[in-house]
Write a new protein. Structure first.
Length: 412
């Protein structure tokens, strides 16, 4: 199709999308914010409740404070950041990010539901190391004990850097450095032995469960959200929160399952609308998407708009009532959104619409598969050849419809 040869890459990106940070930086920021929010909040809650429970063993009582161990202890932050940029592929970066993200959130739930206190007294050594410990105590109070996130992270660091050690000497030095990092949690009196064992188990669990993947791990994010909802309900013990959890938890788990199976038909949308049972079962998910759509339509204007790719093809978001008259009255509307109901004026024959409505659902955030792009191309190209105007839209017009437009531009 010659009309697609005029589409440039820039024409399929808004300025906001073109300036989006790299995947590596975005994942680093996501994990840094997650750690900071969870770690500080659970520390604050434990301090506010003056938690005194502990798992200090007799062996812990004889472990000495070795001030210089603050140096390997502090190396965790450097490695945390370094490995994001060390990963050679997006697949490796996503795997590392998900492992760290999962470890942070699972540990945070343990800190919330089973808060423990470090039994060693906080000591400030003499000299410059005292300033290092003082800085540590500002961030890391005497709580958030089991499992040790330092140890869980160290296990994940080892997993991702072990193959970069090319010589026997390098491997020995690297393994010794990781062992020193783990040991430093004891010799700086930040953790007890039980915390170290639990942290190592958590790290291996995250390595085992978080496999390499090419697409964003949306299913994992929904599962973690469901776990947090249950954890918060158990923590606060409020009736309204139990009721909210009972209504929302099945929905989140079903959405996670749909993403894990790449089931784009899980909402059973027909003629632009969801059946009643779907609207009831998935009410929190659908309401959240509707709220997000409304907020983004308000906050991101004029970025979210109809964009004409060719004289016959336009792409964009799910439209507001005032925008419908911008479409050709005899055009075809192709809806890629699974989670948003279509405007009745575009799909309901009783509304007097002269437009033809077609629905090809795609899961949000995940890129379309090659087969899906080929099927959509087979649907769209005959319409364009026949001179039929086509409006291709998803929810916001930023992801799914742009993937298809790029595919048409690059391959046809």
């Amino acid at each position: 199709m010659s009309e697609f040869t005029e589409i440039s890459a820039a024409s399929l990106q808004t300025p906001e999308r073109a300036s989006t940070p790299s995947l590596t930086t975005r994942l680093l920021v996501l994990n840094a914010l997650s750690f900071t929010l969870i770690y500080l909040t659970t520390n604050w809650l434990a301090a506010a409740h003056q938690v005194s429970q502990h798992l200090m063993l007799a062996a812990d009582a004889v472990i000495p404070l070795i001030p210089w161990m603050i140096i390997p202890y502090s190396s965790s932050l450097v490695l945390f950041i370094f490995i994001f940029y060390h990963c050679g592929t997006q697949q490796q970066c996503r795997q590392y990010s998900l492992q760290i993200f999962t470890a942070t959130h699972l540990a945070g739930m343990c800190f919330l539901l089973m808060p423990l206190r470090q039994q060693h007294a906080a000591v400030l050594p003499e000299g410059w190391l005292g300033y290092a410990f003082q800085s540590l105590y500002l961030m890391d109070q005497r709580y958030n004990q089991l499992p040790s996130l330092h140890v869980a992270y160290a296990v994940i660091f080892w997993f991702h850097l072990r193959t970069a050690m090319r010589t026997v000497a390098a491997r020995l030095l690297f393994n010794a450095g990781i062992a020193l990092l783990i040991a430093s949690t004891l010799f700086t009196h930040q953790h007890h032995l039980a915390d170290v064992i639990a942290g190592a188990a958590l790290g291996w669990l995250c390595i085992w469960r978080c496999k390499p993947h090419d697409a964003p791990p949306v299913a994992a994010y929904y599962r973690i959200a469901a776990a947090w909802l249950a954890a918060l309900a158990l923590y606060f013990q409020q009736l309204w929160l139990f009721l909210l959890t009972a209504a929302t938890l099945p929905c989140l788990l079903l959405v996670a399952q749909a993403y894990a199976r790449s089931d784009r038909h899980f909402l059973h949308k027909h003629q632009g609308q969801h059946p009643v049972w779907v609207r009831l079962l998935y009410a929190p998910y659908l309401a959240g998407y509707r709220l997000s759509w409304l907020l983004q339509r308000y906050l991101l204007q004029p970025s979210i708009r109809i964009q004409r790719i060719t004289p016959l093809l336009a792409i964009g978001p799910r439209l507001l009532s005032a925008e419908i008259n911008q479409l050709h009255p005899a055009g075809v509307v192709i809806d890629l959104s699974a989670e948003m109901p279509e405007h009745p004026a575009l799909c309901d024959p009783l509304a007097g619409s002269t437009k033809r409505y077609l629905h090809y659902p795609l899961l949000d955030i995940l890129p379309p598969t090659p087969q899906q792009m080929q099927e959509l191309a087979a649907l769209i190209l005959p319409l364009l050849k026949a001179g039929t105007p086509v409006y291709l839209h998803c929810a916001m017009g930023f992801h799914r419809c742009r993937h298809i437009a790029r595919y048409l531009n690059s391959n046809l």
